[in-house]
Design a protein around this ligand. Structure first.
Ligand SMILES: [Cu+2]
Length: 201
């Protein structure tokens, strides 16, 4: 997926942002319509065509606003579990400076590695190990893989501030509450065709 749009209704001085999440292809976002290409050709019959309207599980966040973690406090922690040959969750949003743990709940070996410029790491092969962890000091997208199972991938979305929320079918948009303080905005998001009542921060 190349484009996720967030239609916002907000006031400059308000502490609440209300929006709708809609996924679109790059061609649609560029105003070229649904020019997805020659998927009808036999040449591409085994190639997956993305149904953007069926996409779920979005992360909503505020970009380009830095809010460093307060000094002297332990960093926030997150976790991605290796279970049934997949990374769970597939996308984990964390604020820069967070520590992510990588427990392996499977009875087979996995390997967790990343070749990003900001935070390269390789945890090696292990199973039934709850203790591996990585700190992510810089904002950016981190693509993570298993060296054994090529379909095992996940993304650590390292964000510059803690104002983000996950929007999923299991977590209805109206209750997707980001981390907030009285002085920062609240983010609320919804998929198209769903209504969402809003409230102040
Ligand atoms: Cu694996």
């Amino acid at each position: 997926m190349s484009v996720t749009s967030l239609g916002l209704a907000t006031k400059a001085s308000a502490g609440t942002i209300v929006g709708h999440v809609q996924a679109r292809s790059a061609s649609e976002a560029a105003g070229a319509g649904d020019a997805a290409g020659s998927y009808g050709s036999r040449r591409y019959k085994f190639l997956e065509k993305i149904d953007y309207g069926a996409l779920r599980d979005f992360i909503v966040h505020i970009d380009k606003v830095e809010a460093p973690l307060p000094a002297g406090q332990p960093p926030p922690k997150g976790a991605v579990t290796q279970r049934d040959g997949t990374f769970v969750p597939h996308v984990l949003p964390v604020v820069a400076g967070s520590v992510v743990e990588w427990p392996n709940a499977d009875d087979v070996f996995h390997n967790v590695f990343c070749m990003s410029e900001t935070t390269p790491f390789d945890l090696g092969l292990y199973k039934h190990d709850p203790g591996k962890s990585v700190t992510f000091p810089q904002a950016g997208r981190i693509d993570v893989f298993c060296s054994i199972h090529t379909k095992m991938t996940c993304i650590i979305l390292v964000l510059p501030n803690p104002w983000f929320a996950r929007v999923t079918d299991k977590n209805p948009p109206c209750t997707a509450t980001p981390k907030t303080s009285p002085s920062v905005p609240t983010i609320r998001a919804a998929k198209p065709s769903r209504s969402c009542a809003s409230s102040g921060a």
